[in-house]
Design a protein around this ligand. Structure first.
Ligand code: GLN
Length: 485
C-alpha cells in the first residue's frame, strides 16, 4: 500500500466496507515501507507489533475514522514498549514504559503506530543530518535534505509510506520539512496539544503537530490529539473543534498581513515568486493583502538560539548514564561516568547547544543574554498580537529557499540556524502556524506559511485548504517516487 493517492476518507471507506481489513492494510503498509526505505530512510524503528495492533482493531470494529489507519510517530514521542531514541546515541537502548498522551489518544481512536520516524538528534537541526541513525533523503531529489528536525515524518508522508505523521515544532521543525517535501504541516497554538511524553527540547516552545499531503487529513488527526491533559499543566482546556468537519475555503473579506521583514531575511526571489502567486490567488478569492512591519523578526535567530539552547541545557541534564539509556564503559567514578556518558552519547550539535545554553544562563551572562532574549521574546508577542488585531493572518514564505543538498550546511552551524528565521516568530509568540505547498522552484517544493491568533487552528486550516483546492499541489508525485504506486 502506497498512500500517494489516498486520503483518510478513502482509507476509512475501504476499511469500513471491508474491502480491506486493518491487518491487511498494515501488512501492505509494512511491505511498502520496506521497499521505500531503501530510498528515503524515513524511519528509525518500524513497529513490529503493528500487525497485532491492527488485528485488535479488526476485532473491535472500525468505529472511528482513524481506526486501522497507520500513522508514523516522530521518535521523540515516547511509545510504550517500543524503542524511542530521539535519534540520539544516548537513548539508543531506551524502551519507555508508557506512551505520550498524543500517541495514547491516537491509539484509542484505533490508529496504528506503524513506526518511529527519523529526526535530528533531540529535534535540534534543520536537515535530519544530526540523527545518530543515519540521514533521511528528500523524495523529490534523493541528493537533497528533507529538512528537519521532523524530516523523517515529512519524507514518510511525501514518499507515500504513510498518510500522516506526527512531528514536533520548536522553531520550525514541522513547517520547514513540510515545505521542503511538498506537503502540509501544522504547528498548533502552544498548549493546544499535550506535551506529556514528548522528549523535552525547549519546553516553552515545543509543540506536537501533524504532517500530511492533504490539509483535511491533518485536520482530522489534530482533532484527535488536541485537548487538555491532566499530565500537562500547560495544556489548554479550550474545547477542541472537529477541524475536518468545519473545513471551509471561504476567504472573502479576510485580511492578510505580509511582514516586510520576511522578504528582507534573504528570501530567494524564485521562492518569493511562488509566494506572490499564492497571495494573488487569495486576493482573487476576495481577501486583501497588505504589507506590515514586525521589526522583532530581525532578531528571531539570535533570540531563539539563546532561549532554546538555555532550556535545552537544563532539559538534557537528565541524561546522566543513570536514569536513561546509554552508559559509557570503563568508568572510574561517578563524575567520570557523567562526563564519559555525555561525551560519547551526545552528538556535536547537542554539545554545542548545551554549551551555549549553559553559558547564557551562567551568573556572569544571564542578564546580558538570557534575560535580554526573554525581553525580545515579549516584543515578538506584542508586535505579532498588534498585527493580528487588525488582520486575520500573517503570511509569507515558510523558508527562504527550497531544500538544499545533503552536506551543504552541516559544517556551518550559523547557515543551518538561518533556516529557521521565518518559522521562529510563531513559536516565540505561541501562535498556530502551518506550511502549505505553494509551488516548485527548480523542481523542488516550497511552502506558504500561514499564522493566525492563538487557538485559531481552524482558520489556519481553512486558509490552507483554500490554497490546496486552488493549486491542487497534491496531484504532483515526488520525482523519486514516480512509478512507485
Ligand atoms: N531547526 C531548529 C533547531 O535546530 C528548530 C528545531 C525544532 O523546531 N525542533 O533548533
Amino acid at each position: 500500500m502506497n498512500y500517494l493517492n489516498e486520503t483518510i476518507d478513502s482509507l476509512h471507506q475501504k476499511l469500513s466496507s471491508k474491502e480491506i481489513t486493518a491487518e491487511e492494510l498494515t501488512e501492505q503498509t509494512l511491505e511498502n515501507i520496506n521497499k521505500t526505505e531503501e530510498k528515503v530512510h524515513a524511519f528509525i524503528t518500524v513497529n513490529e507489533k503493528s500487525v497485532d495492533d491492527a488485528k485488535k482493531v479488526d476485532a473491535s470494529g472500525i468505529n472511528d475514522r482513524l481506526a486501522g489507519i497507520p500513522i508514523a510517530i516522530k521518535d521523540n514521542i515516547v511509545s510504550d514498549g517500543i524503542l524511542t531514541t530521539a535519534a540520539s546515541k544516548i537513548l539508543s537502548n531506551f524502551v519507555p514504559v508508557y506512551s505520550a498522551t498524543v500517541l495514547e489518544k491516537l491509539e484509542k481512536a484505533g490508529a496504528i503506530n506503524i513506526g518511529k520516524a527519523n529526526m535530528d538528534e533531540f529535534a535540534m537541526g534543520s536537515s535530519t543530518e544530526t540523527s545518530h541513525f543515519g540521514k533521511t533523503f528528500n523524495p523529490w531529489d534523493l541528493t537533497k535534505v528533507p529538512g528537519g528536525s521532523s524530516g523523517g515524518s515529512a519524507a514518510a508522508v511525501a514518499s507515500g509510506e504513510v498518510i500522516a505523521a506526527l512531528g514536533t515544532d520548536t522553531g520550525g521543525s514541522i513547517r520547514q520539512p513540510a515545505a521542503f517535501n511538498g506537503i502540509f504541516g501544522i504547528k498548533p497554538t502552544y498548549g493546544r496539544v499535550s506535551r506529556w511524553g514528548v522528549i523535552a527540547f525547549a519546553s516553552s516552545l515545543d509543540q506536537v503537530g501533524v504532517l500530511s499531503k492533504r490539509v483535511e487529513d491533518s485536520a482530522e488527526v489534530l482533532s484527535v490529539i488536541a485537548g487538555v491533559d491532566e499530565h500537562d499543566l500547560t495544556s489548554s482546556e479550550k474545547e477542541v473543534p472537529d477541524y475536518r468537519a468545519n473545513l471551509n475555503k471561504d476567504m472573502s473579506g479576510m485580511k492578510i498581513a505580509v511582514p516586510k521583514e520576511f522578504k528582507d531575511q534573504g528570501t530567494n526571489s524564485a521562492v518569493q515568486e511562488q509566494i506572490d502567486i499564492a497571495l494573488a490567488a487569495y486576493e482573487k478569492m476576495g481577501a486583501t493583502v497588505e504589507e506590515v512591519s514586525i521589526p522583532a523578526i530581525k532578531h528571531a535567530v539570535e533570540v531563539y538560539y539563546i532561549l532554546a539552547s538555555s532550556e535545552a541545557s537544563s532539559n538534557l541534564q537528565r541524561y546522566d548514564g543513570i536514569r536513561y539509556g546509554f552508559r559509557a564503559e570503563n568508568i572510574k567514578n561517578i563524575s567520570d561516568m557523567y562526563v564519559k556518558t555525555r561525551s560519547e552519547g551526545f552528538g556535536d550539535e547537542i554539545k554545542r547547544r548545551v554549551m551555549l545554553g549553559t553559558f547564557a544562563l551562567s551568573a556572569g551572562s544571564y542578564d546580558a543574554y538570557f534575560k535580554k532574549a526573554a525581553q525580545v521574546r515579549t516584543m515578538f508577542i506584542q508586535e505579532m498580537d498588534a498585527v493580528l488585531k487588525d488582520y486575520d493572518f500573517i503570511m509569507g514564505p515558510s523558508t527562504t529557499s527550497a531544500a538544499f543538498g545533503i552536506g551543504a550546511k552541516i559544517d556551518d552551524p550559523l547557515a543551518m540556524y538561518m533556516n529557521d528565521v521565518l518559522t521562529i516568530p510563531a513559536n516565540m509568540a505561541g501562535l498556530p502556524a502551518a506550511s502549505v505547498p505553494a509551488g516548485l522552484v527548480d523542481g523542488m517544493p516550497v511552502g506558504l506559511q500561514i499564522i493566525a491568533k492563538p487557538f485559531e487552528e481552524q482558520k489556519v486550516l481553512n486558509a490552507s485548504y483554500a490554497l490546496q483546492e486552488e493549486n491542487k499541489f497534491y496531484e504532483q508525485i515526488p520525482t523519486a517516487m514516480k512509478g512507485a504506486n
